[in-house]
Design a protein around this ligand. Structure first.
Ligand SMILES: NC(=O)c1ccc[n+]([C@@H]2O[C@H](COP(=O)([O-])OP(=O)(O)OC[C@H]3O[C@@H](n4cnc5c(N)ncnc54)[C@H](OP(=O)(O)O)[C@@H]3O)[C@@H](O)[C@H]2O)c1
Length: 322
């Protein structure tokens, strides 16, 4: 593990301004699920700062609409698409090869699926759909991205958790939720799995002497009805906007929900193992670092989840010192 003295000092960012981002020209960032929702706005904001952004999306048509939307707002935007289906583990190596990059400054593990109702569904690989997509898919993707991230000094893995994970605990004996299936709890547990993964990954990166850092974010509460229109894939009517106005006091649009991930990618004062979330009760507002919730520090559960994830995916994200 590097000594404190060997950790490079970073410029202190006293006040982060979401509307005045640092210049990101030359940075290359992959955003999973960058074709819609929060991921779209992460991509739009990073492209606006000058980064080259790759949208990882399973739907080419949606990705092309997102790219056109960004291009219409950001002159000279550098945005492209790679096919990415997190629910199909065998396809992920080809997605990484299709990036065609020799370096990657950050990946934002943003894509997610949330089911509200039974029946329990499974991925192509036979894993419960939310655990399989949100956690196992990103776990395996990180494994395939490790060589690219390793060759990029100071690269970052930014994992999207959720406020919903605050009130649940993992069931290590039933990670695939085959018993007593409750979709909302299963979703929350899949997000907790991602958060434990992010922190375990950072511990392993530090132990390996890697310069890659793993940062955790959660976007607060974000509603499409509070999100500015981005036609043709997201159109908010005036009626919708007015009727949901009071909700804006508690939660936010997906444009603002993108701020924690954008800060986690671009702010050098945010470090591996930290969590960035909205300032107001973790639900809305400017992005700040939030103390880790107590159960996120459970490294024993995180290590057991890591081992189970290796078994289930046949992958292990491995990073070496540069
Ligand atoms: N919205 C909230 O209040 C909230 C709160 C806490 C955490 N989060 C987290 O924030 C992230 C984004 O949420 P959101 O509200 O923006 O969701 P969203 O609007 O539903 O967008 C989800 C994105 O994930 C993609 N996706 C789903 N399954 C995929 C797969 N198998 N392979 C590749 N991409 C896939 C979707 O692609 P398609 O367009 O092809 O479906 C879409 O781009 C998620 O991780 C979510 O858990 C959201």
């Amino acid at each position: 593990m590097p000594s404190v003295a060997s950790i490079p000092s970073v410029p202190r960012v006293l006040q982060w301004d979401v509307h005045r981002l640092p210049n990101a020209v030359g940075k290359r960032v992959l955003v999973t699920g960058g074709n819609a929702g929060i991921g779209y706005f992460v991509a739009e904001q990073l492209a606006g700062a000058g980064a080259t952004v790759v949208l990882g999306s399973r739907d080419t048509g949606k990705a092309e609409e997102a790219i056109a939307s960004i291009a219409s707002r950001v002159p000279d935007a550098r945005v492209k698409h790679v096919p990415l289906d997190l629910a199909d583990l065998a396809s992920l190596k080809a997605s990484v090869d299709a990036l065609g990059l020799d370096r990657l400054d950050a990946v934002v593990l943003n894509a997610g699926v949330a089911l509200d109702h039974p029946p329990r569904r499974e991925t192509k690989d036979g894993h419960e759909l939310m655990f399989g997509t949100n956690h196992l898919g990103h776990f395996a993707l990180t494994h395939h991205l490790a060589p690219l991230l390793t060759t990029t000094p100071g690269s970052r893995v930014v994992t999207t958790g959720s406020f919903a994970a605050k009130s649940v605990r993992l069931d290590l004996d039933d990670l695939q939720n085959t018993h007593d299936y409750q979709p909302k709890r299963t979703y929350s547990r899949s997000k907790l799995a991602q958060m434990l993964f992010a922190l375990e990954l950072d511990r392993r990166l530090r132990a390996a002497g890697s310069t890659t850092e793993s940062v955790l974010v959660h976007p607060g509460g974000a509603l499409d009805s509070l999100t500015p229109s981005r036609p043709p894939f997201h159109v908010r009517t005036t009626g919708e906007r007015l009727s949901r106005l009071p909700l804006g006091l508690v939660v936010q649009g997906k444009d603002a929900a993108a701020w924690p991930a954008v800060r986690a990618v671009l702010d050098p004062s945010v470090r591996g193992g930290q969590m960035v979330s909205p300032r107001a009760f973790g639900l809305r507002g400017a992005p700040r670092t939030e103390p880790l919730w107590k159960h996120l520090a459970d490294s024993t559960t995180a290590a057991r989840l890591w081992a189970a994830s290796c078994d289930l995916t046949g992958c292990e994200p491995t990073f070496t010192a540069p």
